[in-house]
Design a protein around this ligand. Structure first.
Ligand SMILES: Cc1cc2nc3c(=O)[nH]c(=O)nc-3n(C[C@H](O)[C@H](O)[C@H](O)COP(=O)(O)OP(=O)(O)OC[C@H]3O[C@@H](n4cnc5c(N)ncnc54)[C@H](O)[C@@H]3O)c2cc1C
Ligand code: FES
Length: 275
């Protein structure tokens, strides 16, 4: 089985361009036993090493129910992510993990699920979305609201078409600025969410996105009647060890890498405003 303390060698087997600054990568472990047995749960993350450059943290974009490869969708923002964007099929990287907790799907059984994703936050919600589609009978209605800056910034166009064609799944797309071809909504996520007016009763809201989007989405959910215990989010902080040892990722007494990255809002509500 995987040793979470040291990187396991993996090969890039597929690269897809999602947008001008986001690419999805499929990795395959070189060790056949690991290829067969490596697993994770939707919401967990891994640390990816580009040899000679450094390492960075990414969420598993695909769920454990679709684990032919390890998949990550990566936005180019700095040193390591630029090096990852230069990778080609056949190149080798190191992967350690899985780390962190996961979305508590056992507790979601019998409930409606409302996913709200902003920007690259969709990478963190794709695995719980696909996991819930693969275990569809356990939940009620599934609603997905995904917003991006512009139509060119929408990731996973093929996946979205698949989700739209699934029974009892509603997908709403919105952008801050549309164009002539855009046939979906235009407007900020919290505003669109309130227009959609999802029933709060028996529904869990699962959100991920930039801090400003999370802040106003939480406000909109409260206005819609969602209880703090029915809101789940996943947090990002700069990480190093991934193991609760280096102290890089803590907020007050919470270590994002070890206690999270998935939290109920009731756990975060009393943290200082800057988080
Ligand atoms: C649990 C977790 C899951 C993540 N999942 C994904 C994912 O699926 N896809 C994805 O594209 N990114 C994801 N990230 C963010 C990703 O780790 C950073 O973008 C990456 O570490 C940047 O590395 P870099 O060397 O390219 O950038 P650097 O050169 O280190 O920094 C570039 C800029 O980004 C800022 N920055 C770097 N890392 C972070 C961070 N974690 N949070 C906020 N700001 C940061 C720096 O302060 C700097 O301004 C995740 C982060 C965490 C903690
Ligand atoms: S990343 Fe080291 S303590 Fe969390």
């Amino acid at each position: 089985m995987s040793n979470i303390y040291s990187p396991n060698m993996a090969r890039v087997v597929e690269i897809r361009n999602e947008t001008s600054d986001v690419k999805s990568f499929c990795f395959e472990f070189i060790d056949p036993e690991l290829r067969q047995n490596f697993t994770w749960k939707a919401g967990q993350f891994l640390i990816l090493s580009v040899f000679g450059v450094g390492e960075a943290t990414f969420t598993f974009a695909n769920p454990q129910t679709r684990k032919q490869f390890v998949e990550c969708s990566i936005r180019k923002v700095g040193l390591v992510t630029e090096a990852i964007h230069e990778l080609e099929v056949g190149d080798t990287v190191g992967i350690r993990g899985p780390y962190g907790n996961w979305f508590p799907f056992e507790e979601f059984k019998g409930k409606n699920l409302l996913f709200v994703a902003g920007g690259i936050g969709i990478a963190a919600l794709r695995s719980p979305i696909e996991y819930s589609l693969d275990t569809r009978g356990d939940y009620g209605k599934i609603t997905i609201l995904y917003g991006a800056r512009s139509p060119m910034d929408i990731c996973y166009k093929d996946k979205i078409a698949e989700w739209q064609n699934t029974d009892n799944v509603e997908v709403a797309l919105t952008v801050d600025r549309g164009n002539d071809e855009w046939q979906h909504r235009v407007g900020l996520i919290p505003v669109i969410l309130k227009e959609m007016n999802p029933a709060a009763e028996n529904t869990v809201a699962i959100i991920c996105g930039p801090p400003i989007m999370i802040k106003f989405t939480l406000k909109a959910l409260a206005e819609l009647g969602f209880a703090d215990d029915n809101i789940v989010t996943t947090l990002e902080m700069k990480m190093k060890c991934g193991l609760g040892k280096c102290g890089r990722c803590n907020i007050e007494n919470l270590y994002i890498c070890k206690d999270g990255p998935v939290f109920y809002y009731s756990q975060l509500k009393n943290l200082p405003e800057e988080y």
